[in-house]
Design a binder for this molecule. Structure first.
Ligand code: SF4
Length: 219
């Protein structure tokens, strides 16, 4: 499979891609380490915000994951692609994305039997930013004030807690991490691999292909 993929790229493009890839100030390992560091910081910030305002996802809620429109960038899927390559599972998951409709539900979502909206993430530690921040992130209005972006499930199940959280953010008492600021940090690591948000399965697929290329040029 990997040979099929690499075989489709001509010698000329091998040279161009190799040169582009390695002329970057960051090589792929450093980028992955940097993305992982951002994940740790974002987790700390969201956990601290959640604790302060008392917000939390309902147990086994899978509404976000069951949605077929989860999007992310290729860069954010590199840590997962690297880990699955290390475990020897990347090719099977790459194939799984081919078998699914695009954009399609995330291949890593494990729904409970007979209940699409309940389940769990199969790659929790290496999930991308949107999965870490959804429900606990802010955006900035035209005056630069931070506003909490509310989750519909929490709106229904925790209306009073959410109302209080929205108020505390509005008056500047508590501050959720701002998605645009985090995205800016990742885009500085690699403008090319963050230039667009695409369906999560496609982003994963491209991340695995990028890792295959990276390995090929290291050989
Ligand atoms: S990576 Fe995990 S948290 Fe994100 S959509 Fe897929 S299953 Fe859900």
């Amino acid at each position: 499979m990997i040979d099929n993929f690499l075989g489709r790229i001509s010698g000329f493009w091998h040279a161009v891609i190799g040169r582009l890839f390695y002329s970057s100030p960051y090589d792929v390992k450093i980028k992955i380490r940097s993305v992982r560091r951002i994940y740790v910081e974002v987790d700390r910030a969201t956990q601290s915000f959640r604790k302060k305002v008392g917000l939390g996802c309902p147990d086994r809620c899978g509404h976000c994951c069951a949605n077929s429109n989860v999007e992310t960038t290729v860069l954010e899927m590199l840590p997962l692609a690297e880990e699955l390559l290390r475990r020897g599972e990347a090719e099977a998951w790459w194939q799984e994305t081919e078998n699914r409709d695009f954009p399609g539900q995330c291949v890593f979502y494990i729904p409970d039997e007979g209940e699409q909206n309940q389940g769990r993430c199969g790659v929790y530690a290496l999930r991308p930013l949107i999965c870490r921040m959804f429900g606990y992130t802010g955006n900035k209005d035209k005056y630069g004030r931070i506003r909490l972006v509310a989750c519909n499930v929490m709106k229904k199940l925790l209306p009073h807690v959410l109302e209080e959280a929205l108020h505390r953010v509005d008056i500047g008492k508590d501050q959720p991490p701002v998605m645009a600021d985090v995205i800016m940090r990742t885009s500085m690591l690699d403008p090319e691999l963050t230039k667009e948000s695409i369906a999560i399965n496609t982003a994963f697929r491209k991340a695995v292909e990028r890792m295959w290329l990276s390995r090929r040029y290291r050989e």
